[in-house]
Design a protein around this ligand. Structure first.
Ligand SMILES: Cc1cc2nc3c(=O)[nH]c(=O)nc-3n(C[C@H](O)[C@H](O)[C@H](O)COP(=O)(O)OP(=O)(O)OC[C@H]3O[C@@H](n4cnc5c(N)ncnc54)[C@H](O)[C@@H]3O)c2cc1C
Length: 373
């Protein structure tokens, strides 16, 4: 219960609890009209505790008896059982004569227990104190690492990249965080505004509305937007591979089209190497898609001045008029890939299509010499 909420009600603890419980479940309250509390209502601001030295000659503690962090992630029973197992082994070793002369025969158990509980502590601290970043890490950035930790794999000697990132975030001083959060808030607002405009373009290129909505919920800056769509693109590319293995060509085409589009949208806000990398992925997916298409899609290099323009040719019917589609805009993107959907419109109407990246607008200027042949 947030303390600000309790303060805002201006009630005694007793009245607060009785009213809250009644409002929480009116149905239950109707069965219990005259509740009488058997003792005074107590409040605890934080009921976690941590005893640092909990083993020694002749004694050791397990579970809640030395540390309690927070019930919210439900680690308590798992930790108690894991520690009970470690302790049973440690006691058996001691009874067999191991560590009899050590100052603390159970020091190794104590260290391991602290290692695991430390992971739980970091998770819970990040959850409460850095909720936005926590959500992003769990759902987008470090999904596998977070699944591992939530599944109870918390006794690893080497911290995972997800755990390291969470701890780094927690190390930031509060004043750093307020600057960080205010810039986060601003970029979030800009992003939300920008996203509204993007929706229109994105859906026309085949990005699903449900994916856009998810991206909006998780993305807190432009980078998280890119990562979100790139992960989806990767997943669709894998699904296409599986469909190809199973000789399901239509499904493979559909997944590859998704992959092309999603990689393309991953680079929308980017500049530099990462942008080029996602564009390359989009083109790679398109190169896989092209041979599967009907009518066939042939890669062509059109001579233009001292260079060649990369593009594709698709002949609908022989003798059909051929529409030339040239990639517009000055943003250096993989235009010949983007033009695919437009090409489909003309092909469906019986025309042939040649589409390519216009001179000076895309990768034409930077096209490697050995690929021009
Ligand atoms: C509100 C709340 C919700 C929680 N929700 C979850 C959850 O959803 N999932 C989860 O995994 N964990 C949850 N936990 C944590 C979990 O309950 C504990 O971490 C776990 O039960 C600890 O096990 P333990 O064996 O160390 O201690 P305990 O379960 O407390 O066992 C200690 C036992 O020792 C007994 N005892 C104490 N003193 C003596 C004595 N002198 N002589 C004899 N017996 C004694 C006690 O009566 C008790 O039965 C929650 C905890 C709380 C407070």
């Amino acid at each position: 219960m947030p303390s600000s909420y309790f303060a805002s009600r201006k009630e005694s603890r007793h009245d607060f609890l009785v009213r809250e419980v009644r409002e929480l479940s009116p149905r239950l309250a109707s069965h219990l009209p005259d509740v009488e509390l058997v003792e005074e209502v107590h409040a605890a601001s934080n009921y976690s505790y941590h005893i640092k030295e909990f083993t020694g000659k002749g004694y050791l503690c397990v579970g809640d008896s030395h540390r309690f962090i927070d019930p919210i992630f439900s680690f308590g029973v798992h930790v108690s059982f894991a520690e009970a197992r470690m302790v049973s082994e440690a006691i058996a070793r001691y009874l067999n004569g191991d560590g009899r002369d050590a100052v603390n025969p159970f020091a190794a158990y104590q260290r391991r227990s602290e290692l695991g509980q430390g992971v739980v502590q970091s998770l819970i601290d990040a959850f409460w104190n850095r909720p936005l970043a926590f959500g992003f890490f769990v759902h987008v950035r470090y999904v596998e690492d977070c699944i591992d930790m939530f599944a109870g794999r918390i006794y690893e000697e080497e911290p995972s990249p997800g755990l390291v990132a969470m701890r780094k975030l927690l190390e930031k001083a509060p004043e750093d965080m307020s600057a960080f959060q205010s810039s986060l808030g601003k970029s979030l607002l800009c992003l939300q505004e920008g996203l509204k405009l993007l929706y229109l373009g994105a859906t026309s290129f085949g990005i699903r509305y449900s994916d856009l909505e998810q991206a909006k919920a998780f993305a807190y800056d432009t980078r998280s937007w890119n990562v979100f769509f790139a992960k989806l693109a990767e997943r669709y590319e894998k699904l296409a591979e599986e469909a190809l293995d199973a000789r399901q060509t239509q499904s493979a085409i559909a997944w590859l089209e998704d992959s092309v589009n999603y990689y393309y949208f991953s680079q929308v806000f980017l500049t530099g190497d990462q942008k080029a990398a996602y564009q390359a992925c989009s083109r790679r997916a398109y190169a896989q898609l092209a041979p599967l298409l009907n009518p066939p899609c042939r890669r062509v290099m059109m001579p233009f001045m001292d260079t060649h323009l990369p593009g594709y040719l698709r002949v609908g019917k022989s003798g059909a008029p051929c529409v030339l589609l040239v990639g517009p805009g000055s943003d250096p993107t993989s235009k010949e890939v983007v033009l695919h959907r437009l090409a489909e419109v003309f092909l469906k109407r019986g025309m042939s299509v040649a589409y390519f990246d216009g001179p000076g607008t895309g990768r034409t200027d930077r096209y490697p010499a050995d690929e021009r042949r």
